[in-house]
Ligand binder design. Structure first.
Ligand code: 4NP
Length: 149
């Protein structure tokens, strides 16, 4: 059976597009479907931030064709696992849930590394080094996820 995994951040232009692209690069697309979305709707239909596109390209991951979409309640039915990049997004997803089954699908991405409640920081207002930093954190978590899927 195919597992459907959704990566969620605020804008769906910096962190979750990286998470989508990185996890896709580590799994068999026949077995795992990966998508991403933002809890906010500021950037709908936009491509990822150029800094995310650049850092992904540096590590051989092409995310340039992705387009932003907003998280919606249907995603609880479509996806088996929903990873939030930080606590704010985690709680905003939980607020939209309507059952314990919905809520059981939602996790913090970095919890996959060590069970911690660590967050992937928002790199939007910083420099390119922030994008390098979040790339490494996300890649670490996706390595663990890919091993278990
Ligand atoms: P993301 O980063 O949630 O990682 O995509 C952000 C992108 C845009 C904004 C905030 C965070 N914004 O305020 O437009």
């Amino acid at each position: 059976m195919r597992t459907n995994v959704l990566m969620v951040c605020l804008g769906n232009i910096c962190r979750s597009p990286l998470a989508e692209g990185i996890l896709k690069s580590k799994v068999d697309p026949e077995r795992v479907f990966v998508d991403s979305a933002g809890t906010a709707g500021y950037h709908i239909n936009n491509p990822p931030d150029p800094r995310s596109i650049e850092v992904a390209k540096k590590y051989g991951v092409d995310i340039a064709e992705q387009r932003c979409r907003q998280f919606n309640i249907q995603d609880f039915d479509l996806f088996d696992v929903i990873y939030a990049m930080d606590k704010e997004n985690y709680y905003n997803i939980i607020k939209l849930s309507s059952s314990a089954a919905d809520r059981s699908k939602v996790h913090l991405l970095l919890g996959e590394i060590d069970g911690s409640a660590n967050e992937v920081p928002d790199p939007y207002y910083g420099g390119v080094e922030g994008f390098e930093h979040v790339f490494q954190m996300i890649a670490n978590a996706c390595e663990q996820i890919a091993k278990r899927l």
